[in-house]
Design a protein around this ligand. Structure first.
Ligand code: FES
Length: 108
C-alpha cells in the first residue's frame, strides 16, 4: 500500500525532508528530477540521516560520516556496514508516495 510522504513542492534539491510516520521516519530527497525515500535512521547508530549532507545520490550521516547510496541503501563509506532501507517512490498529481511495506530488496 502506498503512503503519502509529502508534496513534491516541499522538496528542495539535495535537501532531505524528514517525514515522521507512525511506523517509521523517512528522509525524502530530491536529486535532479528523481525522488528518493530512505529510512531516516543510520544503520550505525540511532541518528537521523535527514540532517546529513547529500552529494549526488549519496547521503552522509553527520555523526561519523557513513555514506549511503540513496538508490540502494547500501553503505558506500565506513563505519556503517549494514544497509538502510530504501523505498520506491512515485509522484502522482504533485504528491510523493512510497510503498513502505516493501523496501527495495537490496536494502533489507
Ligand atoms: S551514527 Fe551514522 S555513521 Fe555513526
Amino acid at each position: 500500500m502506498s503512503t503519502r510522504l509529502c508534496a513534491l513542492a516541499e522538496l528542495r534539491p539535495a535537501q532531505p525532508l524528514r517525514v515522521e510516520l507512525d511506523e517509521l521516519d523517512v528522509a525524502v530527497v530530491l536529486v535532479d528530477d528523481e525522488v528518493f525515500a530512505i529510512e531516516d535512521v543510520c544503520s550505525h547508530a540511532e541518528v537521523p540521516l535527514s540532517v546529513g549532507e547529500v552529494a549526488g545520490c549519496t547521503i552522509e550521516c553527520e555523526l561519523h560520516g557513513s555514506r549511503f547510496d540513496l538508490r540502494s541503501g547500501k553503505p558506500t563509506g565506513p563505519p556503517a556496514t549494514r544497509p538502510v532501507r530504501v523505498f520506491e517512490t512515485s509522484v502522482i498529481n504533485g504528491e510523493v508516495f512510497a510503498d513502505l511495506d516493501s523496501p527495495l530488496e537490496e536494502s533489507k
